[in-house]
Design a protein around this ligand. Structure first.
Ligand SMILES: [Zn+2]
Length: 64
C-alpha cells in the first residue's frame, strides 16, 4: 500500500480533518462530462485547503 505523509501544500501544516469519504466529483471539461473515482477529502485545519486522495491512499499522519 502506498503511504503518504500528509502535509498541506499551502502552509505545510500536517494536521487535517476528514471532510468527506467516498466522494465522487463530477464536472465538465471541454464539453465532456466526467466523474471521478471515489475520493477521500481532507481539509487542512490551519488554512482550510482541501486535499483530495483516492481511496487506496493511507495516511501516516492520520489520528483517530
Ligand atoms: Zn494548510
Amino acid at each position: 500500500m502506498e503511504k503518504k505523509s500528509l502535509s498541506c501544500p499551502v502552509c505545510q501544516n500536517n494536521k487535517a480533518e476528514i471532510a468527506g469519504e467516498n466522494v465522487k466529483l463530477s464536472g465538465q471539461f471541454e464539453n465532456k462530462e466526467f466523474l471521478t473515482t471515489e475520493l477521500t477529502v481532507l481539509r487542512c485545519v490551519m488554512c482550510g485547503y482541501y486535499m483530495f486522495f483516492d481511496n487506496t491512499a493511507q495516511f501516516t499522519a492520520e489520528e483517530k
